[in-house]
Design a protein around this ligand. Structure first.
Ligand code: FPP
Length: 254
């Protein structure tokens, strides 16, 4: 992983300014705009995804320095399988390359990797790399990095409903006991706190099937920057904006 001392200092400064208590415990990001970034330079889409991978590195570094405990990145949606086969190959190739070149550094930096999504849809060797990244980083505690890969929130919720139905059928679950906590434990994000802040880059203002259950009380920020241009300054500014928001979880102001 490349160090970005100057930009990271900005993120650290922002953390000092807002105070650690107001730093979101969990930031989730919809990394959008790689294609437009490449098109605006007359480059192939792959160049945009490569530049996006650099932004991933910077963001992980900034999250660590800002004392964010959980960072979830939406790197490949269940709908992304509908892209042209060549682009899917490019994206899965980039994931392979990223895992091979970065995991040792993630281990050293104290980052724990967890993958959510239908990983069974990836090639067996990529599935092995993902499992290996999770295994090798399992003891780390500095930052929890959740990679949403082949992830779709509706799929996830349907799968949880199916598991609940099976448990009821088999007599392991009393339907009266199925509350939000019990249902949440059937989701792929069990054990992961709900996101406090969801950022989407590229100016689009929608969630696109990302963490629909978990986003219930998340603060949403839609930034007018293409993902490859997302910098630690953008990250720091988002944290500063988060610290100014009042979260009431549906309650009346005091
Ligand atoms: C959205 O941009 C981005 C993606 C579909 C892929 C995200 C992938 C990366 C950030 C790089 C690879 C990640 C890792 C972990 C190695 P888009 O292609 O939809 O952009 P557009 O809307 O401008 O076309």
């Amino acid at each position: 992983m490349v160090a970005y001392p100057n930009s990271v200092a900005v993120a650290e400064k922002a953390t000092e300014e807002v105070g650690v208590a107001t730093v979101p415990a969990h930031v989730a990001i919809i990394m959008d705009g790689n294609g437009r970034w490449a098109a605006s330079r007359g480059l192939p889409r792959l160049a945009g995804h490569r530049a996006g991978a650099q932004a991933v590195r910077r963001t992980i570094e900034a999250a660590m320095r800002s004392h964010v405990g959980w960072l979830t990145l939406y790197a490949f949606s269940s709908e992304n399988w509908r892209r042209p086969a060549g682009e899917v190959l490019d994206l899965t190739g980039l994931m392979r390359h990223y895992l091979r070149s970065e995991v040792a550094e993630l281990v050293r930096e104290g980052v724990r990797v967890r993958v959510i999504g239908a990983r069974r849809r990836f090639e067996p060797d990529l599935q092995r790399e993902l499992a290996e990244a999770e295994r090798r980083t399992a003891h780390n505690t500095r930052l929890n990095l959740v990679m949403a890969l082949s992830y779709g929130a509706r799929d996830e919720i349907v799968e949880a409903a199916r598991l609940a139905a099976i448990a009821v059928r088999d007599g392991r679950l009393d339907p009266a006991m199925l509350d939000e906590t019990a249902f949440g434990e059937l989701l792929s994000t069990t054990g992961i706190p709900d996101p406090d802040l969801i950022i989407r880059t590229s100016g689009e203002q929608r969630l696109s099937n990302f963490l629909l259950w978990q986003a219930a009380y998340a603060e949403l920020m839609f930034l007018d920057v293409l993902w490859p241009d997302f910098s630690t300054e953008h990250f720091a500014a988002a944290l500063a904006e988060f610290s100014r928001r009042e979260r009431r979880y549906g309650a009346r102001p005091a």
